[in-house]
Design a protein around this ligand. Structure first.
Ligand SMILES: Nc1nc2c(ncn2[C@@H]2O[C@H](COP(=O)(O)OP(=O)(O)OP(=O)(O)O)[C@@H](O)[C@H]2O)c(=O)[nH]1
Length: 306
């Protein structure tokens, strides 16, 4: 018996053996299973593997759809769903694990629960799926980590470029004009804070800044650290007026809530117009942010002269 259980049912644990000889020895559909195995080698994407699994399972067990929910080993990463087909009807929920590592929950939706023969097929196909799935999960995690800023945990510059390109392509495809705005935020006098209180305090300031911004943004808004003390927010469905309102609110919240160390920020907003690239939009928002900084400096100078 293999000491390598890969599946446990919700609520109780059931170790099963998946020796290759056991899998293929007396199987009349060896060629078919072989095709399935080859299919699993063609992609390293979780969604594609799930689809390959579901399509092959369909031949033996008519079901409506499948869903896989990851269990990331790293703290701080929320789980992600991958789905294929329709998710309704009876749900069979299986915890997939390999070599002591829990990979996530697989759900199979169907009008009727699998009978014992169909359950055996599910087990066999899962035995083929499990290692390619484990590799695909590793790649997905590495890709996600590469898109995060390690100091603040928000998206980094490559993630911003990707997300902005995606949002603009989506807006371009829509027949009706849909609003999209970009906000640039930069800390005021951050160099002086670093110089006076040290870089560790500066780092804590950046983390605090990201936390406060996230707290006051909607779930659909996307926050990124462009670099240094400059952050960017993609605001879907926001026009310039809405963007300016959010920007004013964020400037006020940062002033009130970022107190240790004390921070101030200047913001700039630009609204996307058809034909504008991500670069054009960023430049417009960045220029607006610099104007705002100049205006604040001018206001300070005039109030200190008075
Ligand atoms: N602590 C810390 N400082 C950083 C990091 N990245 C960049 N910086 C510092 O951020 C500062 C940014 O300075 P500037 O761009 O001149 O901005 P500023 O002093 O805020 O000036 P204004 O934007 O004109 O108000 C520099 O001193 C950088 O060294 C980081 O990850 N941690």
């Amino acid at each position: 018996m293999s000491a390598n259980p890969i599946i446990s049912m919700a609520g109780y644990s059931a170790a099963r053996s998946f020796e290759p000889a056991h899998l293929f020895g007396s199987d009349p559909d060896r060629a078919d299973l072989f095709d399935f195995l080859v299919g699993l080698q063609t992609s390293m994407e979780i969604a594609v593997l799930l689809e390959t699994f579901s399509l092959r399972l369909q031949a033996d067990y008519a079901h409506r759809g499948v869903r896989f929910e990851t269990l990331w080993a790293d703290a701080g990463q929320s789980s992600s769903d991958f789905m294929f087909g329709q998710l309704d009807g009876h749900c069979k929920r299986l915890l997939l694990h390999v070599g002591g590592q829990e990979l996530g929950w697989l759900e199979i939706y169907s009008s009727t629960p699998p009978d014992s023969g169909q359950q055996r097929i599910v087990d066999r196909l899962l035995a083929c799926l499990i290692h390619p799935l484990q590799n695909a999960i590793r790649i997905e995690r590495l890709t996600r980590q590469a898109m995060l800023d390690d100091l603040t945990g928000v998206g980094n510059r490559p993630a911003l470029i990707k997300a902005l390109g995606h949002e603009i392509a989506r807006a371009e495809r829509r027949e009706e004009y849909s609003a999209l705005a970009l906000m640039v935020l930069d800390l005021d006098g951050f160099k002086e804070l670093n110089d006076r209180q040290g870089h560790l305090v500066g780092d804590e300031g950046l983390r605090q800044f990201a936390r406060v911004l996230r707290k006051h943004l909607r779930d659909t808004d996307q926050l990124f650290r462009y670099g240094g003390d400059e952050f960017v927010v993609i605001l879907p469905d926001a026009d310039e007026a809405a963007g300016l309102e959010i920007a004013a609110r964020l400037e006020a919240r940062v002033g009130a809530e970022c107190v240790k160390p004390a921070l101030r920020t200047s913001t700039g907003v630009a609204q996307w117009k058809r034909g504008m690239s991500g670069r054009d939009l960023f430049q417009a928002a960045d220029a607006a942010m610099y104007d705002r900084k100049q205006q604040k400096r001018a206001d300070q100078t005039s109030s200190s002269i008075r």
